[in-house]
Design a protein around this ligand. Structure first.
Ligand code: SF4
Length: 119
């Protein structure tokens, strides 16, 4: 019987290597440059009701990979939380309006600036 010849330890190592490769492939280079990594206490996945995302937006605004981050989240409708200073709602609205990522970021920035001016 062929299956008895399989070395289980080698099989585990091979499976582990495949899984690690898959995980690494899912991590894009810009993710290592995200400013949010320096702010582990700031909530980028706020609860729907209550809680403020203002601190997360401020960090994203200063992040060097903001556009890459927003573009990545914009291509995935299943992504939650603040990415590139955009909320899931703003991304959904922009998708419905057929905006590209630069237009999404401009719309988000304009709305935020208008709110700050009004306050
Ligand atoms: S844009 Fe915001 S969420 Fe994206 S990597 Fe930068 S700090 Fe993190």
């Amino acid at each position: 019987m062929r299956w008895k010849a399989v070395n289980v330890d080698k099989l585990d190592a091979a499976l582990g290597a495949v899984l690690l490769e898959a995980l690494a492939a899912d991590r894009l280079p810009w993710m290592d440059l995200g400013l949010c990594q320096e702010y582990p206490d700031i909530e980028f996945f706020p609860p729907r009701a209550g809680g403020s995302s203002a601190k997360a937006y401020a960090v994203c605004e200063a992040c060097l990979v903001r556009r890459e981050c927003a573009a990545w989240a914009y291509t995935r409708s299943d992504v939650h939380g603040i990415w590139g200073g955009t909320s899931p709602q703003s991304r959904a609205k922009a998708r419905m309006a057929g905006l590209d990522v630069d237009e999404l970021l401009a719309a988000v920035d304009n709305r935020r600036a208008a709110r700050q001016t009004a306050a």
